[in-house]
Ligand binder design. Structure first.
Ligand SMILES: Cc1cc2nc3c(=O)[nH]c(=O)nc-3n(C[C@H](O)[C@H](O)[C@H](O)COP(=O)(O)OP(=O)(O)OC[C@H]3O[C@@H](n4cnc5c(N)ncnc54)[C@H](O)[C@@H]3O)c2cc1C
Ligand code: FES
Length: 299
């Protein structure tokens, strides 16, 4: 691991990682075990490293990401929606967007080999979260990294206080991990509120309205709680103001942010905003860290 990468991780307290290779540019072969349609144009991929020792020892922190590669096609970054507490395999939840993802959806099948390098980035400060309540707020595809964190919090339930999730989607057929979230809620593992912008005539027993309204109505013990948010830029515009107005300190709000990336290890500068490299110092930032770099949040 490069000294910069090691330093960035230590700053966030994220040290439980196992890189796929000593060379951070070298992908390790991983086999696609299962592909399932999560919602339209978004698929869940179950992967396992070909090398059995790597499959067993691959460790990451919730909120980290990997670079997925297909020989002759390219490479793209994706969050890890699975939890490191569930060893042996890991998942990716990918939406069709352009060249790379079109190839992945149209040509890559169960049983095929792909390349994976990582884990990259810092991840959520889960050690800091221990003993506290957690309010997770997700919008759209922002649920992907938060699902990994949610599974982690539930697998280590005794370490954390209340776990609350407010997750907004456009319409009911866009809700990711819907049956899993419903089961978690029924079992009482977490307090989960699902909301949609509009029902679009589809059956729906959740809320209708934007996530920010729902956050206002939650009875949260603010000094005891960390807020963690991930969603599109417009979502942050309203949510962050509301959280601060509710009394959350800017250092107790964490965001997972995306920029276009190439190397993923702080070398190429593609993801840089000023002197901040999203791939190295992020993708998780406290609002305190991000507030002076608005283009990090809003573009
Ligand atoms: C840290 C990180 C984690 C990510 N996690 C996920 C994930 O879990 N699931 C998922 O589906 N996607 C995720 N993405 C986005 C994903 O990397 C892009 O969708 C993918 O690179 C698009 O590649 P493409 O060749 O298919 O599309 P392209 O042909 O490159 O682009 C198609 C469209 O997507 C837009 N786009 C490409 N990259 C990004 C980006 N980073 N942010 C916003 N818009 C982008 C382009 O502007 C263009 O409009 C993540 C990105 C980052 C940086
Ligand atoms: S992607 Fe190359 S520096 Fe961040």
């Amino acid at each position: 691991m490069s000294p910069e990468l090691a330093r960035a991780r230590t700053q966030r307290g994220a040290t439980r990682v196992t890189l796929t290779s000593a060379n951070p540019y070298q992908p390790a072969p991983a086999r696609i075990m299962r592909i399932s349609e999560e919602v339209a144009d978004t698929r869940l991929f179950d992967l396992r490293f070909e090398a059995p020792d790597l499959a067993e020892r691959f460790q990451y922190n919730p909120g980290q990401f990997i670079q997925l590669s297909i020989l002759g096609v390219g490479e793209a970054p994706f969050s890890l929606p699975s939890s490191p507490t569930r060893r042996g395999a890991f998942q990716l939840c990918i939406r069709r967007a352009g060249t790379f993802t079109n190839y992945l959806f149209d040509h890559v099948r169960e049983g095929d080999l792909v390349g994976v390098r990582g884990p990259l980035g810092n991840g959520f400060p889960v050690d800091q979260f221990a003993g506290h309540d957690l309010l997770l707020v997700a919008g759209g595809l922002g649920m992907v990294p938060l699902r990994g964190l949610l599974q982690y919090l539930i697998d280590l339930r005794h370490r954390f206080g209340r776990v609350m999730l407010v997750y907004g989607s456009r319409t009911p057929d866009q809700v990711l991990f819907r049956s899993e979230l419903t089961s978690m809620s029924r079992r009482g593992d977490a307090e989960i509120t699902l909301t949609v912008d509009a029902t679009a005539g589809q059956p729906w027993d959740g809320k209708v309205g934007v996530v920010t309204q729902l956050v206002d109505n939650l009875h949260v013990d603010v000094p005891k709680t960390f807020a963690v948010a991930c969603g599109p830029p417009v979502f942050y515009q309203f949510l962050l103001e509301r959280l601060v107005a509710a009394g959350f300190g800017k250092d107790r709000i964490f965001l997972s942010l995306e920029r276009r990336m190439e190397c993923g290890v702080g070398k190429c500068g593609h993801c840089a905003v000023g002197y901040t490299f999203t791939c190295l110092h992020g993708p998780v930032f406290s609002y305190w860290d991000a507030i002076n770099l608005p283009e990090l949040i809003y573009t």
